[in-house]
Design a binder for this molecule. Structure first.
Ligand code: NI
Length: 140
């Protein structure tokens, strides 16, 4: 019987965005999304945590090599969001209203199949110090 351990890679990125629904006026969007609907964008300093669960390999003592996880997260996510406009620049967010909920799901979808040792367990996205959003691949 193996031991299951959860390992976390933490990254930060800065990005701009606008929350809006197509077809609504700026005023209507403000009612729905508040300051995040500002027509000329605004930024957040995000923190991302990618958590992988797996059995400890008896040869290496690792679930997976954390430097490999770092590379996967940086190549597939951070390089596409850091200092970018999430509405315009990020391929995996095309056509998606970039709320933190939607960003967390999109990051899960980007990374899930690229984790080959252990299993992607959770994506945590911190929009501010006090608000974070977590996705574990669950569907209704
Ligand atoms: Ni915002």
């Amino acid at each position: 019987m193996g031991n299951i351990v959860y390992i976390t890679r933490r990254e930060t990125f800065a990005a701009s965005h606008r929350l809006s629904k197509p077809g609504l006026s700026d005023e209507e969007n403000f009612k729905l999304f508040g300051k995040c609907s500002n027509p000329n964008w605004h930024g957040h300093n995000y923190t991302l945590e990618v958590i992988v669960a797996g059995e400890v390999d008896s040869e290496t003592g690792f679930v997976m090599d954390l430097s490999e996880l770092k590379e996967i997260v940086r190549t597939n996510v951070i390089s596409k969001v850091d200092h970018k406009n999430l509405n315009l620049d990020t391929d995996f967010l095309k056509g998606i209203n970039p709320t933190s909920e939607n960003i967390a799901v999109a990051i899960w979808n980007e990374l899930n199949e690229k984790i080959t040792k252990g299993k992607l367990y959770s994506i945590k996205l911190y929009e501010t110090e006090n608000n974070y959003f977590e996705y574990k691949g669950e569907k209704t």
